[in-house]
Design a protein around this ligand. Structure first.
Ligand SMILES: [Zn+2]
Length: 96
């Protein structure tokens, strides 16, 4: 259902509208996902990223320029995911 945000005049949907599109994305073999580096412009499958860790979490970087592609931190209850070098993160319940 469209609602009006107090911060914007444009109507929007709530986050539940992402359930379908995101479940399509996260149900695939993520190593086959294609990644494009915002730092150097190189492209390739996720499997070609250089991954550092495991503590305090996994950090995947561009193999060419070391730009951060994603960070993944797993705790007992939750898994935090940050895409790119941006601030902010998504928290998921850790799969058991
Ligand atoms: Zn790069």
């Amino acid at each position: 259902m469209a609602q009006v945000s107090p911060h914007h005049d444009s109507p929007h949907l709530d986050g539940n509208s992402l359930a379908g599109p995101l479940s399509d994305l996260f149900a695939v073999d993520v190593t086959q996902a294609w990644w494009r580096c915002p730092g150097c412009g190189s492209t390739g499958p996720l499997a070609e990223l250089h991954v550092y860790g495991p503590e305090p979490g996994l950090t995947a970087r561009c193999a060419h320029c070391s730009q951060v592609a994603l960070r993944l931190v797993r705790h007992e209850e939750h898994t935090w995911l940050t895409l790119g070098g941006a601030e902010g993160a998504f928290r998921f319940r850790t799969a058991r």
